[in-house]
Design a protein around this ligand. Structure first.
Ligand SMILES: Nc1ncnc2c1ncn2[C@@H]1O[C@H](COP(=O)(O)OP(=O)(O)OP(=O)(O)O)[C@@H](O)[C@H]1O
Ligand SMILES: [Mg+2]
Length: 510
């Protein structure tokens, strides 16, 4: 042991002496050249390559540094391969609810990729002097050094770095709370030139809580999964990596909840596009260009946002297609005179379908409407919206999900007679999941009372629907009789009237 210490001490003495000699004897230029030469000699003898990835390159943050840090955080947390890391740093980023692990200062970690072992070192040194910069630089210089065996370099370096980037993106997505974007500022941009404003997206709706036919639900989930895993498929088939969903059905049947469930399922951001705030096709295109991959672009109540009924007219007024403010919608690209709004059907279709729709990738377009019959056939044509999903009134299958959500009870927990009665009236009641949720929320502390009240409400609604239908049937019959009587009284007029009456009757039935 003593001999070892003597050797180390003498080596250090030689090193210090040579340093002093270098400093004292050689001028700086020569000194620098000698150091370089030594380094080269050392590199020739070494069987390793070293790559430095510094945190800041010039004045820009080095994205690769962040990616490596995140990537190593997943290896560091499992920590089994860490060679000298008993100490890990913990961080929580902005907008993130997860804590990430990291290598502490000047620690090392061994990683294995494709059977090749590499070593990462986190190097932190104090910054010498604050050089001039437009923004304050950190007091420490941080960087990672990657050590790879020379013989493995060409085999793994590129694919390893790609793998790290991919993994880092995945971790980022997992850790980061997703965002809900809106274009509510109209066409104006913020200080960073962004037309979208965002807030953290915290909607708790999931496919588990969504009350709908389980078969339909499973179909949608597997469609989404196939889409998210389908990069190779979309490339092979030459299709843009995007998918369109049209959700339609009465208010309160869960269209918005479904969008939230989709976003939570895929961990995508949501861009909620308020079409009434968009003035021109060009603005629409710019908004699209500023959306990111792995996102859902939503246009809610499409029939209300734009006037689809009069789209062939280039009128001078802004007409309402529903209860919301709506902008005039014209077929073709002729700008509407008298109004500054010139979104066209082709503009909207280009947004979802055309060349511009594939700037970026992995995006889902979702349109919702309460009135599918009001939509232009061009929007419904096959290939436009890949999936049409009807969100229906609450069925018995959906009701069971709501009972589980709100009362925490399975069918086994409900008395057989009550369950049977519920099954008998649910379809006839034609109540929306939103209506039923209200009844259940109100009575959620008392399951028995909740079920009793729900059954009562469902019965009343079913009865009302039945009598409403009977009244409608009676009205129709009465009208038909009246028409017939008039036709008999005046044969000539009657012929036309009977035809007209038939038309009216047909209209009511249809
Ligand atoms: N299918 C459903 N499953 C679970 N909850 C639902 C469902 N449908 C509606 N709800 C409940 O009702 C509320 C309103 O539903 P939601 O906003 O999703 O309906 P919508 O179809 O988007 O209505 P609108 O057409 O008015 O926009 C939701 O917050 C949710 O609590
Ligand atoms: Mg909605």
């Amino acid at each position: 042991m003593k001999e070892l210490w003597t050797t180390v001490a003498s080596l250090m003495g030689v090193w210090a002496f040579s340093q002093t000699l270098l400093l004292a004897v050689f001028p700086p230029e020569l000194r620098f050249a000698l150091i370089k030469l030594f380094q080269r000699l050392f590199n020739c003898c070494s069987s390793y390559c070293y790559y430095d990835i510094t945190e800041i390159e010039g004045v820009n943050t080095n994205e690769l540094y962040n990616a490596v840090q995140l990537y190593l955080s997943s290896s560091a947390s499992s920590s089994c391969s860490a060679t000298s890391s008993n100490r890990l740093s913990l961080t929580r980023g902005l907008n993130s609810s997860a804590i990430t692990f990291g290598l502490s200062h000047n620690d090392r970690l061994t990683d294995v990729f494709n059977g090749v072992s590499v070593v990462w070192e986190h190097i932190v040194t104090p910054r010498q002097s604050q050089t001039f910069s437009w923004r304050p630089l950190p007091e420490e210089k941080r960087g990672f050094t990657l050590r790879i065996n020379k013989r493995d370099k060409s085999y793994i370096l590129e694919s390893y770095l790609d793998f790290i980037n991919e993994k880092a993106n995945e971790i980022r997505r997992k850790n980061q709370d997703r965002l809900l974007y809106t274009n509510s500022r109209g066409g104006s941009l913020d200080s960073r030139g962004q037309p979208w404003e965002s807030v953290p997206f915290k909607h708790p709706s999931t496919f588990e809580t969504l009350a709908m036919d389980p078969v339909k639900k499973a179909e949608i989930m597997s469609d989404l999964r196939d889409f998210a895993d389908g990069q190779a498929f979309y490339t092979r088939t030459g299709r843009a990596w995007k998918r369109g969903y049209l959700l339609y059905g009465p208010p309160g049947t869960g269209k918005s909840s479904m969008i939230a469930a989709m976003a939570n399922f895929l961990r995508y951001d949501i861009y909620d596009l308020e079409l009434t705030e968009v003035q021109t096709n060009l603005e629409l295109r710019k908004l699209l260009m500023k959306t990111s991959s792995k996102s859902i672009i939503v246009i809610e109540d499409i029939d209300c946002s734009i006037n689809l009924t009069n789209r062939k007219e280039t009128t001078t007024t802004t007409t309402g297609g529903g209860d919301r403010n709506s902008s005039t919608f014209v077929d073709g690209d002729i700008e509407t005179s008298g109004t500054n709004n010139s979104i066209t059907l082709s503009g909207l279709l280009n947004f979802t379908d055309g060349l511009w729709s594939c700037c970026g990738s992995e995006r889902i377009f979702v349109f919702t409407t309460n009135h599918i019959e009001k939509l232009d056939p061009a929007l419904l044509r096959s290939g436009r919206m890949d999936m049409h999903v009807f969100m229906s009134h609450c069925s018995f299958l959906s009701l069971k999900i709501l009972l589980k959500n709100y009362l925490g009870c399975t069918p086994d927990d409900v008395e057989t007679t009550v369950l049977q009665s519920l099954e008998e009236v649910t379809d006839a009641a034609e109540m929306t999941p939103a209506d039923i949720s209200e009844v259940l929320i109100k009575n959620r502390r008392d399951n028995k009372k909740a079920l009793r009240e729900l059954l009562e409400v469902l019965r009343v609604r079913a009865e009302k629907n039945r009598s409403g239908l009977q009244r409608l049937g009676a009205d129709v019959e009465e009208m038909a009789e009246e028409e017939e009587k008039r036709a008999l009284e005046s044969p000539k007029e009657g012929g036309d009237a009977a035809a007209g009456g038939g038309g009216r009757w047909k209209g009511i039935r249809g």
